[in-house]
Design a protein around this ligand. Sequence first.
Ligand SMILES: [Zn+2]
Length: 423
Amino acid sequence: MPLKKRVEKAITEVNAKRAFEHIKNLASFGSRVAGTEGDLKSIKYMSEQFVKAGLKVEYDVFNAPSFIEKEAKVLLSYPSKKEIKVRAMLYSVSTSSEGVKGELVYANLCKEEDFMKIDAKEKIVMFSRTKDKDAFYEEVANAAKNGAKAVIMVDYNPWIFTATMESGYFDIKKRFLPVEPNPIPAVTINSEDGRYLLEQIAKGKVEATLVVDVTSEEKETKNVRAIIEGGRKADEKILVIAHRDTANTPGANDNASGLATLIELAQILPEYRLNRSVELIAMGAEEELGSLGSYNYCKIHKDELDKVKAVINVDMVAVGSKLKVITEGLWPDKGRLETSKEINRLLIEEANRIGYFVEYGICPFATSDEGRFIDAGVSASWLWKPDDPYYHSTEDTPDKVNPNDIKAVCEIVKNAVIKLANM
Ligand SMILES: [Zn+2]
């Protein structure tokens, strides 16, 4: 007897090639810091993709501190003339158009005790970035307190890390702290230029001019929410979230990889039976104030938060080695924030079931968007590849991305969401 062919409705498959096109498009918008041109373009892009998939789109509108870098440079003037490539630290102040001129002095890690050994008065202070550190309020404040005119941070990678002058605290009110006696400009350089400058300093006096032209002002941004209406429990929700903004970088992995995941899911999930509603959210302003977009989601939808049954955050999933389900994050002023054991287990189970390798991991220095949900009492989890060497650098470009990683993540999240929406 001939085998009966199984007749199934054709289901749209995750397409890595298509996902990669979305990553390339999003990374071409330039900096996507909240409120910038690139951010606006990405709001439009995500909205269009969701509408094209036939989904209803809604927005959470809120203000965020924007940052536009028009120019930043260091010009070495003595003993030789040379321009050093730099990036302004996010929320650095500008200099005058002539810039700030001064002698360079090295202050190790820019800790309070480092200033016991050097005279930083009226000088431009150089310091080395502490491994995995993102926020440098303390270092810049120490330099200012000890009389420095400006700050240059040297990264340990041969590319430029785009640091922030935020404090690195979870408490939003403590994110921006005063720099006394007055704010000073701060830039970052790569390891090679850092080594060159330090060699020059070791030989004798080195003079440079630092020019920074930036604008920092409050601007409007949005969470873009695509809604797949549930069947029998439409008022209960499962959220899949990915932040849209960048840290003044092209943001191919961080986090166009998450956005491409949302776009693929927008095309595939509506073909399945879902009892609970599913929201796919391109969050704004994650890189600021410890996930400002999620903070605002929890504030705006406060009365419906008990209807949010699960949140899966997809942030940085296409560069690095192994994909991890993050069990906890850590903030200096908040301590550990644990993700949901149930969602974590489900993600691992679903990955195992369809033959993908995923393991548990932690984030030792912060949380991503899921942190604000956990803090608001909502069960949430985070999928992350922790070892992207180009993290928050100008090198976070599409050529580093592995498109097939998106396919794996989409399939794992798709299966987990179908379970969560129907259990
Ligand atoms: Zn990110």
